[in-house]
Design a protein around this ligand. Structure first.
Ligand code: C2E
Ligand code: CA
Ligand code: CA
Ligand code: CA
Length: 275
């Protein structure tokens, strides 16, 4: 039994080594990511459930890694946050999303995710102001998505930045709503324009009366607070129909469209034709 315990420990050590090495590799490669032009944005449409029209697109970051292939944010955002590299990366995201949006026909919204460190960065509002000006995007078309982790920091810089974003005329959405531990209290701290209902509540909604009750409560709460509600992670027609019935205004998910690289932009007309 002792030998077995030792083997398990050895395996555990190896695993720790592997994770640490992996992290170091990501960190090293990430330092070069901007200089090497390896970042790209993919765009996923969001549709209005009443009209079926495209209401906007969410920009989702992708790292085209020469060896690993297309890496999604879950595999590098944490390292980017911890090292502060998220600030220049996030500024690139803002500029790139607005530059690409400026080239496309239509008045749809463009949603951009912001991480906690970005919202504490002193230049955030300047970068946004410059980019909307440079690309001629009406500020009200730009919406920033933040999770409650941003507000948990409770910092003046963060509150100040959010206030500045509102002064610029851009919108702010509360992302991943419902899965945190005190989402409700954050609704009181900041006047969000939108709540994004986490995909956890959309998944299995057909079979779960509880999830249906939660989604319909969130949409009514949003409505009462003068906010819109968007459901994310919609993968089936049944989910889409239910969300509409429960009063949710907008939806996003693989059923409607996968996130698509800017080069192959899925135009509103193409998205609607495919629905
Ligand atoms: P999120 O903001 O909650 O974005 C939604 C995630 O769900 C995206 O994952 C999207 O690809 C995925 N998704 C969309 N439709 C479906 C569906 O029908 N089913 C399922 N299972 N998933 C779906 P992704 O692109 O891997 O991004 C993960 C997270 O990384 C995002 O979660 C967001 O928090 C963060 N992120 C993405 N881009 C950026 C960025 O530019 N800056 C920052 N700071 N964070 C970003
Ligand atoms: Ca988001
Ligand atoms: Ca989300
Ligand atoms: Ca998420």
């Amino acid at each position: 039994a002792k030998a077995k315990g030792r083997d398990t420990l050895a395996l555990y050590d190896e695993e720790l080594d592997r994770v640490a090495r992996e992290r170091r590799d990501i960190e090293t490669d990430l330092r070069e990511v901007l200089a090497r032009d390896q970042l790209h944005l993919h765009y996923q449409p969001v549709i209005d459930l009443d009209s079926g029209e495209v209401a906007g697109y969410e920009a989702l970051l992708r790292w085209y890694h020469p060896k690993r292939g297309i890496v999604t944010p879950d595999d590098f955002l944490e390292v980017a946050e911890e090292t502060g590299m998220i600030v220049p990366i996030g500024e690139w995201v803002i500029r790139q999303a607005l530059a690409e949006t400026g080239q496309w026909e239509g008045n749809f919204r463009i949603a951009i995710n912001l991480s906690p460190t970005q919202v504490r960065s002193p230049h955030l509002a300047d970068v946004v102001a410059q980019a909307i000006h440079a690309h001629g995007i009406a500020p009200h078309r730009v919406e920033f998505e933040i999770t409650e982790h941003v507000l948990m920091q409770n910092s003046d810089l963060c509150e100040g930045n959010l206030a500045k974003l509102r002064e610029l005329g851009t919108k702010v959405a509360l992302d991943d709503f419902g899965i945190g531990y005190s989402s409700l209290s954050y609704l009181r701290r900041f006047p969000f324009d939108r709540i994004k209902i986490d995909k956890d509540f959309v998944e299995g909604i057909e079979a779960s009366a509880d999830n249906q009750a939660i989604v319909s409560s969130i949409t009514r709460l949003a409505d009462a607070l003068g906010m819109a509600a968007t459901a994310e992670g919609v993968e089936t027609r049944a989910q889409l129909d239910l969300l509409r019935k429960l009063g949710c205004q907008e939806a996003q998910g693989y059923l409607i469209c996968q996130p698509v690289p800017g080069e192959n932009f899925a135009t509103p007309a193409a998205v609607q034709a495919a629905m």
